[in-house]
Design a protein around this ligand. Structure first.
Ligand code: NAP
Length: 249
């Protein structure tokens, strides 16, 4: 029997890489999407294959519609019928107050984090929905605790993009609930990944970890566990929900 197929976006490192590896270990064929770092994405694929799993690296910028169409078409042809999507790809820019943000930065953040997730969700719905002859499926979106906390003085733009993801999760979940598709989200807190270096502060998790009620940062694997639970059959009556993986923050 063929394996259930999942697309995870942004898998060259961090939460995406951990999710892809855990998914493969749980029996999924995994599309490993990346935008720049082909070598790192291929290393994730090699690790999965060495452990006996099935994976395929596919390049594509989720912010570009043509790339998203190609990504999904490649999965159709190479891996088969899509079962799950994880909208994980996301970006953070260097710390800045709103009064300093230029339009180019705002467009980068909002296009990648919001429009990228919408485009991938749209393609997933077109394939999974029973309305279009599909067999159902599950979508998990990566939000952030920033959506609730607002990111003042650091990245209100990023926080706002994740607020949009929360709203999209609820709205899309209701749109497709009777079409066999569940849509949920995970809200990580401060997790040890390279995204903080992209934000200009590689040591950010250690700087703020004492303000987390559990007094530590989280791991990418801890977030991956919640993602995979949400798309699995174990979560069969959950849709439009969001799990905080944030140490009580
Ligand atoms: P990360 O370490 O910075 O990794 C981001 C990944 O996304 C990379 O694989 C990158 O690929 C890929 N990517 C970036 N832009 C892309 C695009 N336009 N199209 C396709 N892929 C793209 O990030 P992370 O910390 O694992 O975060 C993953 C998700 O969790 C994000 O949505 C983030 O907002 C969210 N999150 C993270 C934290 C945290 O503390 N880490 C907290 C809350 C929420 P390349 O390497 O090829 O560029």
């Amino acid at each position: 029997m063929s394996k259930p197929v999942v697309i995870v976006t942004g898998v060259s490192r961090g939460i995406g890489a951990a999710t892809a590896q855990l998914a493969a270990a749980r029996g999924y064929a995994v599309c490993v999407n990346y935008v720049h770092n082909q070598a790192a994405a291929q290393a994730v694929v090699d690790t999965i294959r060495a452990a006996g799993g099935e994976a395929l690296a596919v390049a594509g910028d989720v912010a570009l519609e043509a790339d998203v169409l190609k990504l999904f078409q490649t999965v159709d042809a190479e891996l088969g019928r899509l079962t799950a999507l994880v909208n994980n790809a996301g970006i953070l820019e260097p710390r800045m107050r709103v009064e300093e943000m230029d339009v180019a930065r705002l467009q980068r953040i909002l296009t990648t984090n919001i429009i990228g997730s919408f485009l991938c969700a749209r393609e997933a719905v077109r394939r999974m929905s029973t309305k279009f002859g599909g067999h159902g499926g599950a979508i998990v979106n990566l939000s952030s605790m920033a959506a609730k906390l607002g990111g003042p003085g650091e990245y209100v733009d990023y926080a706002a993009s994740k607020g949009a993801i929360d709203a999209m999760t609820v709205g899309l979940a209701k749109e497709v609930a009777d079409q066999g598709i569940r849509v949920n989200a995970v809200r990580p807190g401060v997790i040890y990944t390279d995204i903080h270096a992209s934000g200009g502060e590689p040591g950010r998790v250690d700087r703020i970890k004492d303000s987390v009620p559990m007094r530590r940062g989280g791991s990418a694997e801890e977030v991956a566990e919640a993602i995979i639970w949400l798309w699995s059959d174990a979560a069969s009556y959950s849709t439009g929900s969001c799990i905080d993986v944030a140490g009580g923050r």
